[in-house]
Design a protein around this ligand. Structure first.
Ligand SMILES: Cc1cc2nc3c(=O)[nH]c(=O)nc-3n(C[C@H](O)[C@H](O)[C@H](O)COP(=O)(O)OP(=O)(O)OC[C@H]3O[C@@H](n4cnc5c(N)ncnc54)[C@H](O)[C@@H]3O)c2cc1C
Length: 395
């Protein structure tokens, strides 16, 4: 396929461009959440990638009555950055402000976590929630002021240095702390498993969902798969870092890859009941304590490099939890995040339709650039995107 013309013809219908927030496309995409017209019978959407973005979108497409085929060579909960995400979920920025769409994103994700949990519990697999508390320690007055409870009383529960020390057992250098209200940490692979099971439960009343274990190098080709059995009306590319290998899709999107690594410690050696977050983080998940994460721009493969991760992380993690001193990590995990360019409202994920002369009638969307906030944004933007697609196809 000749992709040259795509550069000229790609139209931006993107959250990532701040200008866009002010124009009608923004309202168009957001209206998706309000204007939930059920999908016309037989509508079929292909979703490439089954991480947070792909499964979040698939869930909402099914909810609206569309048929969905997911393409991902990996099994559920094992592919991409989502499979190694620590799982922290809260709506605040590192500076203690509400993130863009923070409240809506948080609520939308909580709803999907609830659905995933229901499906897991019905199958006797327990909950995907690993920890129900995130504490933000403050190591200087400036940090404390940034998170002052007076600014966001509904999100921040202040904690004195003494209370924090007694709860966690250190560090004594903290001048105070706060608990982020309602924040939690999910077991990411298990959440993905529950979300997929929840999608499968919608496999009724005329809707179908199928997982095809296949790598899709060129998503436009999915429109050519017309056969008696399958015809795709739209394609959503939610392939995480994989989108960067798809020619012609990302040239103008300002996306970059950043590798992240986490260290896993034996929770029997270092007990922690709450997650701690202060740039770096520590999060209890069953038998392990996850510490993360690195931000590596120079190397963007997903091969773990424990030596590098230890050199980058261990002293910072020990500052957060002094009892970690001298404890060696059991293992290291690596994943590649896709980050979008910074705007004056932060790094906003990309939901962009690609249109070109030859494929004007073919609806292909890229959903990417979720950065380090995949959990916060996948459900809300997945919902907006699903509804926008269904509404457009209904017309
Ligand atoms: C170490 C680390 C820790 C993190 N911790 C957190 C956290 O605590 N909280 C948080 O909110 N976020 C966290 N993140 C960020 C989060 O993981 C990402 O924002 C999120 O996973 C992105 O989801 P995605 O669906 O866009 O991409 P991915 O999760 O990368 O999913 C892409 C999927 O597409 C598939 N795929 C790729 N190419 C193709 C192709 N050509 N054809 C078919 N399928 C394809 C892959 O197999 C994969 O399953 C972390 C990231 C890392 C690396």
């Amino acid at each position: 396929m000749n992709f040259k013309y795509l550069k000229k013809a790609a139209i931006s219908v993107s959250y990532q461009n701040h200008q866009y927030l002010k124009n009608r496309h923004s309202q168009h995409l957001e209206a998706g959440a309000l204007n939930t017209v059920p999908a016309e019978k037989g509508m079929h959407v292909a979703v490439v990638g089954a991480g947070f973005a792909g499964l979040g979108t698939a869930y909402h497409l099914l909810n609206l009555g569309a048929n969905v085929t997911i393409f991902d060579p990996c099994s559920v909960g094992t592919g991409g950055a989502s499979a190694v995400a620590a799982g922290l979920l809260h709506p605040l920025s590192p500076r203690g402000k509400l993130s863009w769409k923070g409240v809506d994103g948080f609520q939308a994700t909580l709803e999907l976590v609830k659905q995933a949990d229901l499906a897991l519990e019905q199958a006797g697999l327990g909950s995907c929630i690993a920890c129900r508390s995130i504490i933000r320690p403050f190591f200087n007055q400036q940090h404390q002021d940034m998170f002052s409870h007076l600014k966001l009383p509904q999100w921040v529960i202040p904690m004195s240095a003494e209370t924090f020390f007694n709860k966690i057992g250190g560090p004594s250098s903290a001048v105070g702390a706060c608990q982020i209200r309602g924040a939690l940490a999910v077991d990411s692979p298990r959440y993905l498993q529950g979300l997929w099971m929840s999608c499968l439960q919608q496999n009724t009343s005329g809707r179908s969902v199928t997982w095809v274990h296949q790598h899709i190098p060129d998503p436009w080709q999915l429109f050519e798969m017309n056969s008696k059995t399958v015809h795709f009306d739209a394609v959503v590319v939610a392939a995480g870092a994989g989108v960067m290998n798809m020619e012609g899709l990302t040239e103008n999107l300002g996306l970059k890859l950043v590798r992240g690594q986490t260290l896993h410690y034996d929770a029997k050696q270092v007990a922690l009941s709450d997650s701690l977050l202060c740039g770096e983080y520590l999060m209890p998940k069953g038998n392990v304590l996850i510490g993360g994460a690195t931000s590596e721009y120079a190397r963007v493969d997903s091969q773990p490099d424990i030596q590098f991760a230890v050199s980058e992380l261990s002293s910072k993690l020990e500052e957060l939890l002094p009892t970690l001193k001298g404890v060696s990590p059991l293992l290291c995990q690596a994943g590649v995040r896709v980050i979008s360019r910074r705007t004056n409202i932060g790094k906003i994920p990309v939901t962009q339709q690609i249109v070109n002369h030859n494929t004007a009638e073919k609806m292909l969307w890229v959903f990417s650039g979720l950065g380090a906030r995949g959990l916060l944004y996948h459900a809300l933007l997945g919902k907006y995107l699903a509804t926008t697609i269904v509404n457009a196809l209904n017309k």
